[in-house]
Design a protein around this ligand. Structure first.
Ligand code: UGA
Length: 435
């Protein structure tokens, strides 16, 4: 199959590289010339484990290439994926579809032969209809089928998720798209990943419903964690106790500082807006969004409480800035709201993150960036673990304590046991452990 991927961001680049690895001929397109020239030199603009090797291998094999010009690749293509960004629109929270619409308008004139155009970006219900309208208006002769194929990969585990997905969801309105997409995903068929063919609008909604459900699950356990602290229970045991029920499942029940990232915050908001506009509001998700926002700020107050009620004039070491480990992504990271709350309370923040500091620097101009967790802890009243990087799981706690002036270790990801932390001379504050 000859495949074009419009947009070489997270989803586009990972999907393009994985599809090339399946043996397809893939051209990844992006408007950003410097990104494309860096990709041609083998430089990957994001931190994602395994991606650099995957790209290098497929470029060397002649299956993967990069371009800013989509005309010839689209002309040749059997299948064109649209994987451009759909950020939350400023002001109203709706998904901003201008990049998707612009991509459709740009590919329209170059479509020849039967081509399947697939939206891989997360797009609200009805976007496939709009993409089809744009294509047909711009090129009435085009022989095209528009499909929806949402992506469910997680940052940090993107390649594994793409190659071994729990399921593939494909929404079509024209049956001719089915054999083309079956061929695109044939290697996964052979891996026995279930492929669900459904209608286009249903497929679009599945993506939002999946992310909203996961965000709700996290928010649920975060509220239970709060309750555990009040009544003397342990949220990790509660999560295990309920998660062993297969109907609930064990995953996404880790209490923490609230969900962040490029997907859950924007997708929950977009679903709320879509549901509101359709006259079928989803109250559970409206509440999820509100509770999660409150949660991030509450973590700031938790740290202040661990410092005896005030952080004025104190230094706080923040360990972990990215919204989760194994990424350099700072979008909607809980660390941003937490640091804001600490600075509002008069603290000086020294932070360390294994991959996120470059992106964080412009977002956190008043923070001092350290070269290691120990460097961050120098003179600090409290050390706060915000992101559960592996590098923080086996810290030399005695050494850390020895560098600090205070004795608070606030572990917002529950990666330490209280006994070990106390043995090193700390007072341990964790999440949802009331005992
Ligand atoms: C999420 C979904 O998991 C993917 O399936 C989806 O494809 C992706 O959004 C997307 O729409 O593109 P991602 O944002 O990369 O993936 O990260 P997750 O691993 O889902 O984590 C999201 C947030 O939830 C993080 O802040 C994480 O710390 C938090 N989280 C996750 C918890 O607080 N507790 C948990 O148990 C799980």
């Amino acid at each position: 199959m000859r495949i074009v991927m419009i947009g070489s961001g997270y989803v586009g680049l990972v999907s393009g590289a994985c599809l090339a690895d399946f043996g397809h001929q893939v051209v990844c397109i992006d408007k950003d010339e410097s990104k494309i020239s860096r990709l041609r030199e083998g430089k990957i603009p994001i931190y994602e484990p395994g991606l650099e090797d995957l790209v290098a291998r497929n470029v060397a094999a002649g299956r993967l290439s990069f371009s800013t010009d989509l005309a010839q690749p689209v002309w040749d293509a059997d299948c064109v994926f649209i994987a451009v960004g759909t950020p939350a629109r400023r002001g109203d929270g709706h998904a901003d579809l201008s990049y998707v619409h612009a991509a459709a308008a740009e590919i329209a004139p170059w479509l020849t032969g039967f081509t399947v155009v697939v939206t891989k970006s997360t797009v609200p219900v009805g976007t496939g209809d709009e993409v089809e309208r744009i294509l047909r208006d711009a090129n009435p002769k085009a022989d095209v089928a528009v499909a929806s194929n949402p992506e469910f990969l997680r940052e940090g585990a993107a390649i594994e998720d793409f190659k071994r997905p729990d399921r593939i969801v494909i929404g079509i309105e024209d049956d001719r798209a089915r054999p083309v997409l079956e061929e695109v995903y044939r290697p996964l068929y052979l891996n026995q990943s279930p492929i669900l063919f459904t209608g286009r609008r249903t497929s679009e909604l599945i993506k939002y419903a999946a992310n909203a459900f996961l965000a709700m699950k996290i928010t649920f356990i975060n509220e239970v964690a709060e309750l555990c602290e009040r009544v003397g229970a342990d949220v990790q045991e509660v999560a295990r106790g309920i998660g062993l029920d297969n109907r609930i499942g064990r995953k996404f029940l880790h209490a923490g500082p609230g969900y962040g990232g490029s997907c859950f915050p924007k997708d929950t908001l977009a679903l709320v807006k879509t549901a509101e506009d359709a006259g079928a509001p989803i109250r559970l998700i409206e509440t999820t969004v509100a509770v999660n926002d409150t949660r991030k700020r509450a973590m700031g107050r938790k740290i202040i409480a661990a410092c005896g009620g005030s952080v004025r004039g104190k230094t706080i070491a923040v360990l972990g800035l990215t919204f989760k480990p194994n990424t350099d992504d700072m979008r909607d990271a809980p660390a941003l709201a937490i640091i804001q709350a600490l600075e509002d309370g008069g603290a000086t923040v020294r932070a360390y993150d294994p991959e996120g500091m470059e992106a964080a620097k412009s977002m956190l101009p008043t923070v001092a960036f350290a070269s290691s967790p120990y460097d961050a802890a120098e003179g600090a009243s409290a050390a706060v673990i915000v992101t559960e990087w592996d590098a923080f799981r086996a810290l030399d706690l005695r050494r850390l304590r020895g560098l600090m002036v205070g004795d608070a270790l606030v572990d917002l990801r529950n990666i330490y046991q209280t006994e070990a932390v106390e043995a090193a001379g700390f007072v341990h504050t964790s999440v949802g452990r009331g005992l």
